[in-house]
Design a protein around this ligand. Structure first.
Ligand code: 5GP
Length: 198
């Protein structure tokens, strides 16, 4: 029997890399994965539900959470505030659940300082041209926002070297398999505890 503590998996990816599709498939594949819902001041997109995709807050409510020290980390991204609530992660890890955080590069760096044992995974698009095509196809952003997101993506990609694993999302099936393989391999590492053989 191995260490029962859950794994904290931090995933970063520029917008339009397909991380949501990869993770949706990974959640269906790996039954011990649990998503940590972030807090944001961004307006919900079509189909997004409060408490499922994000906890949608006003700037005032977000400021109140900060004041009450309720967030592990927070950042401003493309004009909106995002933060990781403190409320659930430690309990889930203690209960042996694997927790997935989907956050941008600065947040990932901060989470690594708080949870040095976490696994950092970066998802990349096959190319910038493909990223732009996917963002346009998604149709949730205007031309200006797409340009802004691509500019941010270029900056974010320079942080890849801080991560433990990088997955290029060329074919979704391969990316999902790679994601599952990373989790499986991490759980077998000696540093996470030796099996008890009796
Ligand atoms: P989106 O608006 O596309 O849902 O998210 C924009 C960016 O914010 C993405 O890179 C996403 O991973 C990141 N993000 C979402 N939640 C958090 C969070 O709690 N903390 C940080 N630092 N980034 C977050």
């Amino acid at each position: 029997m191995r260490n029962k503590k859950g794994l904290l998996i931090v995933v970063s990816a520029p917008a339009g890399c397909g991380k949501d599709t990869i993770l949706e498939a990974a959640f269906n594949l790996c039954d011990n994965l649990h998503y940590s819902v972030s807090v944001t001041t961004r307006t919900p997109r079509d189909g997004e539900q409060d408490g499922v995709h994000y906890f949608f807050k006003t700037r005032e409510e977000f400021a109140e959470m900060l004041k009450n020290n309720e967030l592990f980390e927070h950042t401003e991204y493309a004009g909106n505030l995002y933060g990781t609530p403190k409320s659930t992660i430690p309990e889930m890890l203690e209960a042996g659940k694997d927790v997935v955080l989907i956050i941008e590069v600065e947040g990932a760096e901060n989470i690594k300082k708080i949870f040095p044992d976490c696994v950092l995974i970066f998802v990349l698009p096959p190319s910038l041209a493909e990223l732009e095509r996917r963002l346009k196809k998604r149709g949730t952003e205007t031309g200006d926002t797409i340009k802004r997101r691509i500019d941010i993506a270029k900056i974010e990609m320079s942080f890849v070297k801080n991560y433990d694993y990088v997955i290029i999302n060329e074919r979704i099936e391969d990316a999902v398999a790679a994601f599952a393989a990373v989790i499986q391999a991490e759980k077998l590492t000696v540093k996470r505890g030796l099996p008890i053989i009796s």
